[in-house]
Design a protein around this ligand. Structure first.
Ligand code: FE2
Length: 249
């Protein structure tokens, strides 16, 4: 059962018994909202088989380790959707502490321990499968994650769009069905987007109807639209990307 939770609810789960209220059910999804930087991380996976993944972790890794334990899930993968430019990712530290694989897009030029994924690769989490979509735009290496819970359907249920925010690669996102939920990695206040909504979640269908970038079919016009009013890079962007790629300490 899909149950989006806010940070307060997540904390109450963490304070609970070692086997949380969701142990034994199928899909588990925990969003974690952050304000510095503005970002959303996710723990999700298969409660039935007790395995999951963390996407775009920020800050204290204990938060994710405790949430995974409370949900009865072992973290198999820690995935960064892209090389972040506004904060130091917690991905490597979390993967190391959890004994998980740290996953980045194949286009990343980096150092240190990580595994790479390409467009259409599939990561298995028990009854949950995660298809990698290469969605360049925000950054060249950016990937989105299309998630299917096979206990519910053999069709995708939601897509984690990181900072692609629906418009990094319209061609790919347009191909998704309207009912697919969109779970981005940022919301209003993020330095990584323009005029973002304070409501972080949406659907492909709603964005298709109401997102200005989505309504542009002609490639040159889309490039013009996306190139206008680009936010200034956050302070130290190049250095942070080097650290996150493992190329600098
Ligand atoms: Fe970003």
């Amino acid at each position: 059962m899909y149950r989006a939770r806010n940070a307060t609810e997540t904390e109450s789960v963490q304070r609970g018994a070692v086997r949380g209220p969701d142990a034994g059910i199928e899909m588990i999804l925990r969003p974690f909202s952050h304000t510095e930087p503005v970002a959303i991380s996710y723990l999700f996976g298969c409660g039935g088989r007790g395995c999951g993944a963390v996407v775009d972790p920020v800050g204290d890794i204990e938060t994710y380790l405790r949430a995974a334990e409370a949900s009865g899930m072992r973290i198999l993968y820690v995935i960064d959707t892209h090389i972040h430019a506004d904060h130091v990712s917690a991905g490597r530290r979390l993967a190391s502490a959890a004994g998980a694989r740290y996953v980045l897009a194949a286009q990343v030029t980096g150092a240190g321990a990580f595994e790479t994924v390409r467009d259409r690769d599939v990561l298995e989490l028990g009854n949950v499968s995660v298809e990698v979509l290469h969605t360049p735009g925000h950054t060249p290496e950016h990937v989105s994650l299309l998630v299917t819970d096979r206990t519910r359907a053999h069709e995708p249920w939601f897509v984690m769009t990181g900072h692609t925010l629906m418009v990094g690669d319209v061609g790919r996102t347009k191909a998704l069905p309207d009912y697919v939920e969109v779970l981005p990695g940022a919301f209003s206040g993020s330095v990584c987007g323009r005029s973002l909504s304070g409501k972080p979640f949406s659907t492909i269908g709603f964005e298709r109807r109401h997102n200005a970038g989505f309504r542009i079919d002609e490639e040159a016009a889309f490039v013009r639209f996306m190139s206008a009013d680009i936010p200034v890079p956050p302070p130290g962007a190049a250095e942070l990307r080097a650290v996150n790629a493992g190329l600098a300490a």
